[in-house]
Design a protein around this ligand. Sequence first.
Ligand SMILES: [Zn+2]
Length: 220
Amino acid sequence: MIKSHPSEANLFQYVAGELSAGLSLVMATHVDMCSQCQAAVADIEETLCKQEFGSTEPLEALNCEQMMAAIFASSAPKSVVRTPVESMLSLEGKRFNLPNTLARNRDRIGPWSHMVGKLWRAPMQVSSDSSVNLIYMAQGATVPEHTHKGTEATLVVNGTFNDEHDSYHDGDFILLNEKHRHSPQTQQEDCLTLASLDAPLHFTSGISRLLNPFSSLFFR
Ligand SMILES: [Zn+2]
């Protein structure tokens, strides 16, 4: 049971395309896993669709759902047989089932590297405005306490982790900004997460890396 969802404001921004590419990817993956947010996104799409076209067109002549379906259909490649995407990911002898959004973007997932302690990371090439990583925490792992210059979105893909505030399970979505400090940990269970950091320009400069060496583990 997912208990931690994006806010309604975030879902609006997501549908309207106002979020960074990294945050959008984390949100899309959450929506894959969450029927509640799938329903909310469908409602928002319809609301925005009516706002966009409702004032100049007679509403009864417009079926927003059909129009959205037509838009998506027109952008799909035609007469191409889709090859099934590989949805399993292997690490440390374990296999993880990837949600659709990650499976479709599988070719963006870079090689795994060992960070420190019981932490592994695989970068995802998404865009220059955000740094996106799959982070694997083995059992009994601790991420040193850190703050963020910007917005950090984390999604639990599989497993459980805890921080000072709560414990998070499959599908839980956590959004933190520079006001938050936290120290994620795993206990009996391991955890695969997808994490996106929006990158203010100064954050990637050499001096910031020296001041906050841990951040450079996530950023590159
Ligand atoms: Zn949700």
